[in-house]
Design a protein around this ligand. Structure first.
Ligand code: GLA
Length: 416
């Protein structure tokens, strides 16, 4: 991807509208009629609180103005035993999904997410008639921006629309998380799916991962912007190491005699050090200090104290790099280079790590310059073309189109 693709998108409506238009016209080309339903769900960045969701602590995600969008209609050529036919624009693949799911089959990863959500809905007796659909996405794939959660939540939203029935939002997020665990084999926490369901178009989501509730943190000061910088690398060990970190955290909690590392506070770290081996202690120190940073940062953002929030982002990155060991040389290079640019308050990796995206909190008047300059120096340093964009909060999952008569007799339905 060319670094010159970097851009400033501030109009969520426009970004989504053009994606919807693309999904609808591809649907029409492929299946010969207009789609009846269109749904979308956003990707996310996590401002701070990384690798904290599965430790029951606090995380601070923000949805982005990048979406997975699905256009669907009744099957043009229905076939017994088939649930749906899906065309992915990004991968240029058409896949038929059968009722009998063969786990050993070489089902492409993106189909597994959809299949998993359909299975979860089926268990709740939400079974749409056979349908055709087209999936388009502006969330970069494999970049740590939760393109998979966006696809899962857009699928669940589609099933809701097709069945004229709404899931409880938390149950919806959990259903999508289960799809990712059981069908894609990724033991993720709940943050990504929760953000895609509960996302706001002006706020960050401060989520308490123990009781699975959240409060919003307003993020609407026009003088600061959030830049996403994609390092364009993804190291293979991501999934294995993710599972390994989860196991280490749960071991550490067992040794310390607590339910989860959420229950250890900063003041107890010395005591923890005497009980844990060196490596488990470093994992614990990350979780404990990062949880505290997430809460502090939420307050600093409320206070518009961008300098303090930015410092916490740098501290978070350092902790993920040295204590939690989930960064990589390319992410470290991007953060180190960003730190030298004027107009940058703070920067850190976002998401699971081992590649993917960095985020930068920047002065809006410097945003374009910072993005372009970071892409230039990153290329000079690593030889890799990074890609950047600016984003504001991207809202939550929504239905963009449904049949004119949908909801007749169902006045209790409230589609976004
Ligand atoms: C991935 C997972 C999330 C979370 C982050 C790290 O994105 O899907 O649940 O654990 O990594 O914060």
């Amino acid at each position: 991807v060319n670094a010159s693709l970097g851009n400033i998108e501030t109009d969520m409506g426009a970004a989504l509208h053009s994606l919807q238009g693309r999904a609808e016209s591809i649907f029409c080309e492929r299946f010969g009629s207009d789609p009846s339903w269109v749904t979308a769900a956003p990707g996310r960045v996590n401002i701070i609180g990384e690798h904290i969701d599965y430790n029951d602590g606090f995380v601070l995600p923000m949805t982005i103005q990048r979406y997975a969008c699905i256009a669907a209609g009744p099957a043009a050529n229905p076939s017994p035993g088939r649930l749906c036919s899906i065309y992915s624009e990004t991968l240029d693949e058409l896949v038929a999904v059968e009722t009998d799911y063969d786990e050993s089959a070489t089902t492409p990863g993106w189909v597994r997410y959809i299949r998993g959500v359909l299975a979860g809905c089926d268990q709740l007796d939400m079974r749409p008639d056979e349908f055709d659909c087209v999936v388009v996405s502006s969330v970069p794939l494999g970049g740590g921006l939760s393109s998979s959660a966006a696809l899962e939540v857009a699928t669940a939203t589609l099933v809701e629309a097709m069945c004229n029935s709404k899931l409880d939002p938390l149950q919806k997020a959990r259903l999508c998380q289960t799809a990712e665990h059981d069908y894609a084999g990724v033991p993720c926490g709940l943050m990504d799916q929760y953000a895609a369901v509960f996302g706001s178009d002006s706020d960050l989501i401060l989520m308490d991962c123990r009781d699975e509730t959240s409060t919003n943190v307003v993020f609407d000061d026009p003088s600061v912007s959030l830049l996403v910088f994609d390092t364009n690398v993804k190291h293979d060990l991501a999934t294995d190491e993710y599972g390994a970190r989860r196991a280490e955290c749960s071991n550490a909690a067992d040794v310390l005699g607590v339910q989860s590392l959420r229950d250890v506070d900063v003041a107890r770290l010395d005591d923890a050090q005497s009980k844990l081996d060196e490596s488990l202690f470093r994992r614990t120190r990350h979780v404990v200090t990062e949880t505290a940073r997430a809460l502090d940062t939420a307050q600093w953002i409320r206070d518009r104290n961008w300098a303090a929030a930015g410092e916490a982002m740098y501290a978070s990155h350092e902790s993920l790099r040295s204590d939690y060991e989930v960064s990589c040389p390319e992410l470290d290079a991007a953060i180190e280079l960003a730190q030298k640019l004027s107009g940058v308050y703070g920067a850190r990796m976002t998401g699971g790590g081992f590649g993917g995206c960095a985020i930068l909190l920047v002065d809006s008047s410097a945003a374009s310059k910072v993005g372009a300059e970071l892409a230039r120096v990153y290329k000079a340093d690593t030889g890799i073309s990074g890609m950047w964009f600016a984003t504001r909060p991207g809202g939550g999952a929504r239905v963009l189109r449904r049949p004119a008569n949908a909801g007749d007799g169902h006045t209790d339905l409230e589609f976004e």
